[in-house]
Design a protein around this ligand. Structure first.
Ligand code: ZN
Length: 324
């Protein structure tokens, strides 16, 4: 039997021994329905040593999405999120409440839907010229054409809340879904910022966060990143960069959050392997200028100077190999 991620084992579920398990949505969420590893051309995914994706946390694994059928992920939005939809650690960030601004809510949801579509349309061109597409179908709307609003008991895979700080983050793949549901109430699995200067979701951030939702880690998961947090200068970063981590935080708290964010960038778990090289054009990079690191050898491997706005060729290749 394929080794299951630790959180599933720790749930102590004797049901694992059963033969034919009904794979309804709740059992899928609780991690009981992984199918055979159907990630296809694994060699094709990893031969370039690019793309830190967790093969245990991609959505192609479930009986809900057998080979040859669309991988339909239901996406919902919290229009007026309570504090409880944010996890504790992130509760620092004030939720953005659209309940008094339905037009703005709709426009924001439209932006998210439009920006995330690059994953659905991603293709990979093989060396023999063949084009490989993917099975992802992000389902944002109900039959009447209105955006799904997250509700208790709803069957959603990606639950989006908005906040007012410059902070975007997402669970990796389906990893945290069992946790989110263990409380009996849905909790945001993706948090997008509508704060900052533009007052809108950021296109690159939306594409990046959907990358996480589909199983990608940061591109910083490579061998050279390990020394970077030690060289990071959070005070300078806070002072000089465009990022703010919650305008209601004290300067000390902002520094602490910045430090935590940077040291978390290279983290990985499960079967994610550190890559040898960094794909500098990956949407899963994290743009931080070299000046925010103490000068020294290896700093060039810590920084990404360009803000990446679209999927790289290797992003598409790795993604398509799992979602074809
Ligand atoms: Zn990220």
């Amino acid at each position: 039997m394929r080794r299951l991620p630790a959180f599933i084992l720790s749930a102590g579920l004797g049901l694992l021994a059963q033969e034919a398990l009904a794979c309804d949505f709740q059992t899928i969420l609780s991690g009981l329905c992984p199918t055979e590893d159907v990630s296809g051309e694994i060699a094709f995914a990893f031969d370039a040593d690019r793309g830190a994706i967790d093969p245990d946390h991609t959505w192609n694994k479930f009986e809900e999405f057998p080979k040859g059928t669309p991988i339909v992920l239901n996406v919902c939005f919290f229009q007026s999120p309570s504090e409880t939809v944010f996890d504790k650690e992130r509760a620092l960030f004030k939720p953005a409440d659209f309940s008094q601004a339905p037009k703005k809510f709709k426009a924001t949801a439209e932006d998210v839907e439009k920006y995330a579509a690059v994953w659905e349309t991603a293709t990979y061109k093989r060396s023999d010229g063949g084009i490989i597409g993917n099975r992802l179908d992000l389902n944002f709307r109900n039959e009447a054409g209105a955006f799904h609003e997250c509700q208790d008991g709803g069957q959603y895979h990606v639950l989006i809340a908005f906040n007012q700080a410059y902070a975007n983050y997402t669970s990796i793949g389906w990893k945290d879904y069992a946790d989110a549901y263990s409380t009996g109430r849905p909790r945001a699995t993706m948090v997008l910022s509508v704060g900052g200067r533009s007052d809108k979701v950021d296109m690159a951030a939306v594409r990046h966060e959907f990358g996480h939702a589909l199983g990608f880690y940061h591109e910083m998961v490579h061998e050279q990143w390990a020394h970077c947090p030690d060289l990071f200068l959070p005070e300078l970063f806070i002072k000089e960069s465009d990022y703010t981590f919650g305008s209601d935080l004290t300067p000390e708290e902002q520094v602490e959050v910045a430090r935590r964010v940077i040291s978390g960038l290279g983290k990985r778990s499960g079967r994610v392997k550190p890559t040898k090289n960094m794909d500098l054009s990956s949407i899963m990079t994290y743009p931080i200028k070299a000046e925010f690191f103490r000068p020294g050898p290896g700093v060039e491997r810590c920084s990404v100077e360009t803000r990446i706005k679209d999927l790289s060729r290797d992003d598409k290749r790795t993604f398509v190999s799992f979602y074809q």
